[in-house]
Write a protein that binds this ligand. Structure first.
Ligand code: MN
Length: 232
């Protein structure tokens, strides 16, 4: 029996569901059966969580800042409140059931908010230090900047590396990371690039996009998906 993996969809302004095929193919390549999840089923998340073996929380637009006690910064992009509420409800139930979660890009941010953390709405206007280019202009499979993993973290154990290169497509980032989550990788400018739970079997959030890299054959990205599937 292959694990069934729920994958949340990108929802444009609560109007249209869409999802890059790379998420689907990366799960199939790693040995799972992907199922694309809709918004609008918040009251039924307990039943959904019961049916799936793992959850991929995918990338997309920005997140409603009132969810972490702020009002919209001028550089906040498009948000999807229906997606925010569905994903937070799913994450809460998955955590309670100790079922595996792989959270990607926007996913790492909503994962952090679901446990009471917060985030930068726009790193370039909210951080005074000089920052790297985190919205790369190269194609999706180009590895543009390095991340350094936290010693003995799940991410370090999965990848077997203390430093490696990733792609980068974000202007927001996780800020305060509350328990049970901890930082598992950061960029050279201090931006948090990965978080994980110290109380769950497999809960990992990455700020980059491993799914086009895994489909392209990148060994580290394939390892992330295969360890996620093993946990499922
Ligand atoms: Mn980055």
């Amino acid at each position: 029996m292959k694990p069934i993996i729920g994958i949340t969809s990108h929802v444009e302004l609560d109007y249209k569901h869409s999802l890059s095929n790379d998420y689907v193919q990366a799960i199939i390549l790693a040995g799972g059966i992907p199922v694309i999840l809709p918004i609008g089923v918040d009251p039924d998340v307990a039943q959904l969580v019961d049916k799936i073996d793992g959850l991929v929380v995918t990338g997309g637009g920005d997140i409603d800042p009132t969810l972490f006690g702020e009002e919209p910064h001028p550089n906040l992009g498009m948000i999807s409140p229906g997606r925010d509420s569905f994903e937070i409800a799913m994450i809460e139930k998955m955590l309670a059931a100790n079922k595996p979660i792989l959270a990607i890009c926007r996913g790492i941010q909503i994962l952090n908010i679901a446990v009471g953390g917060d985030m930068y709405q726009d790193i370039y206007s909210q951080i005074d230090e000089p920052l790297l280019q985190h919205a790369q202009k190269a194609n999706r499979t180009h590895l543009s900047h390095y991340v350094t993993t936290t010693e003995n973290s799940l991410l370090e154990r999965i990848t077997g590396k203390s430093k490696f290169k990733i792609n980068s497509f974000h202007h927001q980032a996780v800020r305060n990371v509350p328990k049970p989550l901890v930082v598992s990788a950061h960029a050279s400018d201090g931006i948090i690039e990965a978080i994980e739970s110290v109380e769950h079997t497999f809960v990992l959030g990455v700020q980059w996009h491993p799914e086009p890299l895994a489909v392209d054959g990148d060994a580290i990205s394939k390892q992330i998906f295969s360890r996620f599937l093993q946990s499922c």
